[in-house]
Write a protein that binds this ligand. Structure first.
Ligand code: RB5
Length: 146
């Protein structure tokens, strides 16, 4: 599985921690920036990660900003993206099992490193359950086409 990862300056440090986690756990990933803590605009790299996922250059994406909110709003503007902002592991599992979220967003200023990495672990190892949840996700896809 190849993961697209990105952040703004507010999420840079956590993005780097997540990269270490991914490397240690054998995940392939591509970093779409930012590459330092210099101030930048969160929609830019959120869009790059979202594009990587919808074009299937990568299978899933993880984006970090200060709160996780801005990158989530931005990524969800891209057709085919279901970005889920998670600050707990229950939501991370449900985001995959129920919503088939293809992007996880996190807030570096909201969750500590330990919890953030556990959220990443749970999100990456949970699978979409399909069934009644598929019918609902399909309705979201239909909304995108209106
Ligand atoms: C940057 O200061 C901050 O606004 C950004 O990282 C993010 O939290 C936006 O939603």
């Amino acid at each position: 599985m190849r993961i697209a990862i990105g952040s703004d300056h507010g999420g840079y440090n956590l993005k780097e921690e997540i990269k270490l986690f991914l490397r240690e756990n054998g995940y392939d990933f591509k970093d779409y920036g930012t590459f330092d803590t210099k101030s930048c605009d969160y929609p830019d790299n959120a869009f790059k990660v979202a594009q990587a996922v919808v074009t299937e250059e990568c299978d899933k994406g993880i984006i970090v900003c200060g709160t996780g909110i801005g990158v989530s709003i931005a990524a969800n503007k891209v057709s085919g993206i279901r970005a889920a902002l998670c600050s707990d592991t229950f939501s991370a599992r449900a985001a995959r099992e129920h919503n088939d979220a293809n992007i996880l967003t996190l807030g570096e200023r909201v969750v500590g490193k330990g919890l953030a990495l556990e959220i990443v672990r749970v999100w990456l190892t949970s699978s979409f359950l399909g069934g009644r949840h598929k019918k609902r996700v399909d309705k979201i896809t239909l909304l995108e086409q209106r």
